[in-house]
Design a binder for this molecule. Structure first.
Ligand SMILES: [Zn+2]
Length: 236
């Protein structure tokens, strides 16, 4: 398994000189990959591979990368994309969310089939299968969704899925979903509220604890979906 990846080095491959590696280290974060390619006389692929091999990461995405992602995100898994672009899987997921790109159902089933192991049956035949839901020790409901980009052992918390459905995009990891009536398995959209991060979420709890359900709090709950960015429809 994986041997093909390590196939003999091509004769045409140029050995990296010390100055080139230094140059790469110093400029990878500040220059675009195209600029680096020109300066080093190397292909895009070669520059990206070398950088990931010596452990340097690029922070900003350039247009070529973004376009690549836009054109190929439905064809490859995030893992494959991460190898192609020399970025972490997390970074791929994050960028996809930022660009509001959701993999369509069609693409997901294709990716499933391609990955072989990831078969829908796997869940259904598992002895733990309870119609695809589970409850954890905190009382949260988890839904079997192996294709979800933020699945943890193939499950995603239901309240996050419900909010994602409402707003039409994946949630960022730092975003927090709050249960308005504090009942953790009451996952109707009317009972859910989204916070940008846990700091905002805790602030909200503190205000309620100190002052009770004041009018501003009630207004905040009522208007909670209003200031969200325009929802987009996943292209199913
Ligand atoms: Zn809360």
């Amino acid at each position: 398994m994986g041997i093909s990846k390590y196939k003999k080095i091509k004769k045409t491959q140029k050995i990296w000189k010390d100055w080139e590696i230094c140059f790469l280290k110093e400029n990878y974060k500040v220059k675009t990959i195209n600029q680096l390619c020109l300066k080093l006389g190397r292909t895009r692929n070669s520059v990206i591979k070398k950088a990931s091999r010596i452990g340097i990461k690029k922070i900003r995405w350039d247009n070529v990368e973004i376009n690549y992602l836009k054109n190929n995100f439905e064809k490859y898994t995030n893992l494959e994309l991460s190898q192609q672009l020399g970025r972490s899987v997390d970074s791929i997921g994050h960028e996809l969310m930022k660009l509001k790109l959701l993999k369509s159902k069609k693409a997901l089933s294709y990716l499933w089939r391609k990955n072989g192991k990831r078969n829908i049956k796997e869940g259904k035949e598992s002895h733990r299968w309870k119609g695809g839901t589970r409850k954890d020790s905190y009382g949260y409901v988890w839904i079997y969704s192996p294709e979800h980009i933020n699945a943890s052992s193939k499950y995603v918390r239901e309240h996050r899925l419900v909010v994602e459905n409402k707003i039409g995009r994946y949630l960022f990891r730092e975003e927090v979903v709050h249960h308005i009536n504090e009942i953790k398995d009451d996952n109707g959209i009317d009972n859910l509220m989204l916070f940008e991060n846990d700091r905002e979420h805790i602030k909200f709890h503190t205000k309620i604890r100190q002052f009770g359900m004041t009018n501003p709090i009630l207004r905040q709950i009522e208007n909670r979906w209003k200031k969200l960015k325009k929802p987009i429809k996943p292209n199913v």
